[in-house]
Design a protein around this ligand. Structure first.
Ligand code: GDP
Ligand code: CA
Length: 318
């Protein structure tokens, strides 16, 4: 049988874990639509953290302890920048710098960001397609309770998610155009998976690109989301505090509400089984599993369960 076409919507660390799980299966042809809204310029270089986390993870080059960045990394370039008086709160390693230099050079000569991401992934030996939702610049902006607008990295890295958030906006979103690759992957998918990524700053800026949300709603494929919350807590990152600050429930039910118009099913942790009835009332059918992915085996097992949810009922008969 030809492989199932799976299209995954993914942010950085949580998204990459799900991507690795799906990529572990030979009966899957995987396309990952990543998030570009964390992108920013540092030291004159264009950095695309979530896309690089996907690339490094799927290439087996990720720093497993951190979940991001390259393994066996050094920071001598950053030391030089520090000596020269540059702001160095954004941790960028030496190996990583090489990729940012290359990306920036190619963007400067007018290459499409999607083509660059594709070529980089290919050079790193990544088999799944890593797709951008847009080739335009769309950036997350967060307004704090003290009235400042911060870029995502200023909030996340420089200020360590300390400020409370009042509002999230995406600059450039209105004018952004979807990439034909993303639209084709969505329309042609046998299964669409929404990774356990931050709903507000990883998945929202993908869904918000004009044309992407419509394409998802028009797609025939089953749509299965995985909760980034387990027992009312995030595995890491600020999604819990962001959701709470915006008056949303910071748990699997809050995730169900975010994805009610999109997901047919929501995979939640066994620990959240008690939320099942309320989740079902929102729309997505809840499915309990172990959704903490620590090892490669965990990732592959969860991915297999998702594939079975989508495809097994028919195959079981055959
Ligand atoms: P970022 O761009 O690096 O912040 O990564 P994502 O947005 O893709 O993922 C962040 C989310 O992943 C957080 O809300 C975490 O709770 C969630 N996450 C991380 N690891 C796991 C895991 O093993 N299982 C589940 N269910 N969620 C996870
Ligand atoms: Ca991110």
């Amino acid at each position: 049988m030809s492989p199932r076409k799976v299209c995954l919507l993914a942010g950085g660390v949580g998204g990459a874990k799900m991507a690795e799980g799906l990529a572990a299966h030979d009966d899957v042809a995987l396309s990952v639509i990543g998030n570009v809204a964390d992108d920013d310029s540092f030291h004159g270089l264009w950095v695309s953290p979530d896309i690089d986390t996907l690339t490094y993870s799927l290439a087996g080059r990720i720093d497993r302890a951190q979940g991001w960045g390259v393994a066996d990394e050094g920071h001598r370039a950053l030391e030089t920048l520090d000596l020269l008086g540059a702001e160095t709160w954004m941790s960028l390693g030496d190996r990583d710098f090489g990729l940012h230099i290359h990306r920036t050079m190619r963007r400067g000569r007018g290459d499409r960001p999607s083509d660059i991401a594709r070529d980089v992934a290919r050079a790193f030996g990544v088999k799944p397609a890593i797709l951008l939702p847009t080739d335009d610049v769309v950036q997350t902006r967060l307004r704090t309770t003290d009235g400042r607008w911060l870029s995502f990295q200023e909030y996340f890295v420089r200020e360590r998610c300390a400020p409370e958030i009042r509002e999230i906006a995406f600059s450039g979103m209105d004018m952004a155009r979807p990439t034909p690759e993303a639209l084709t992957a969505i329309a042609g998918a046998d299964l669409i998976v929404i990774a356990p990524s931050n709903p507000l700053v990883s998945i929202a800026p993908i869904l918000g690109i004009p044309g992407i949300g419509e394409a998802l709603r028009a797609a025939d494929a089953p749509k299965i989301a995985v909760s980034p919350f387990i027992a009312g807590k995030v595995v890491k990152g600020p999604a819990d505090r962001m959701m709470a600050a915006l008056g949303l429930r910071a748990d699997a039910l809050g995730v169900a509400r975010r994805y009610r118009a999109l997901a047919d099913r929501l995979v939640i942790d066994h620990a959240d089984a008690a939320l099942g009835a309320e989740i079902a009332a929102e729309g997505p059918a809840p499915q309990c599993s172990d959704i903490l992915m620590k090892t490669q085996a965990d990732k592959a097992r969860l991915a297999r369960e998702i594939l079975d949810l989508a495809f097994a009922p028919v195959e079981a008969v055959a």
